[in-house]
Design a protein around this ligand. Sequence first.
Ligand SMILES: [Zn+2]
Length: 463
Amino acid sequence: MSTISSASLLPAINAAPVLADARLHYVLRHFALAYEAVPAGLIGYADTQQSITVADAAAGFFQAQEPYPAAPNYREWAGQRVPVFFDAQPALPLLELAPGRCRINADLISAAFYLLSGWQEYYSDSRDRHGRFPYAASVQKRYGFVALPVVNYYFDVLRAAVEYVTGQPLRPRRWAGGAPVAAFISHDIDNLRSSWKVPAKADLKAVRLLRFGRRLWRHLTQPDAWDNLETVAATVASYGARSTFFILPEHRPGADGTPNADYRIDRPLWRRFLHLASQGFELALHGSIGTATDFARLSSEQSETFAEPASGIRFHYLRWEPRQTPMQLEALVMAGLRYDAALGFAEHYGFRHSYCHPFYPFDFTRGQPHSFLEIPLQVMDATLHHPNYLQLRADEILPALQPMLAEIEKFGGVASILWHNDHFDPANILTGPRQFAEIMAYLQQRGAAFLTGSQIVADLCGA
Ligand SMILES: [Zn+2]
């Protein structure tokens, strides 16, 4: 794939040094969120007196601005071959037990911090034509672990250590009062009016004028096949589920020509959205092209589209500039923003931050966690079959996703699935309603709690 390396156009790096304490604090805060009742004060670096010590093997990496650390070693843990960064003593066991104490011989704190903070994309200059950090430039691609939530494996080592020194089991957190795994189903509403366009263009090109004329007539007199908000909601509800609709307020193309919505939000459409909200579906903001790096426009889209500012956002085309977008979202927290839902790779399903739980993105400028949550995205419909992405057959989709979904279940995480409303068109036989139904049936059978984004935020940090 083409990777545009355009350092001169990127925002400048503006980062505070990240010292060992800041890494430890950031990582342990997430460890405490991932399990029930984690006892505090047990884990520290090797020069401290804690009963669980972690080797310090980062050797100045976080004082420099290199995007990539040395290649990982591989360790067997919980039935998987797990890549371990900052592992300076591969000959030693990962976990060494002594009476009442234990030692972790790889720097799992630094390794977890590196992946969870998104260090690679902050310091890398690689961006694709949509300004996104490309999968091709990631350590997940280079070392082949995009479908493994590696940080959760690091946390599982910490869990084993805590259980050993306390003699008490440490259980993964549960969702909605008891479910072992959560599912966050969402729909970016890009198109409501354009289902006829692609086949009509094909008719014109092949000079099938009668068919073109019939299609045009149908378009002018009947609802569009993509004007299907109620069908989408009814499909989701048939699994006892609710989902989140990301609404795109801008219908004019972005400055770079990339299309935004093919609809305008008029009163009748807004009434339909409100009707979905009254049934328990969530309405959230789909930030238009350019808003990931334009705070004034982002802020007005957030405050002007909704009667009450949306608590969730995902940028159109999953746009996200690591050096700028998180700070813009931080500035919207006072205005009611609670979570973002864009951080997945468009090119491949899996874990962009190698973590299957929601997390607080790292604020590189201030050297501390942001105050909004990221609910990371693992599956987007278009990723699965697209000229630029994967080319899975329809019957290969669920089998391809199942091992990754099983990893999420193993650690009690959140499976985030983006299925655009236009992919509910029955004419879509590759990544369409049938493939969505297979994924939903699988999640339901596994006992997933289907939660909207704001329900996930409330479950994790209170309403
Ligand atoms: Zn979109």
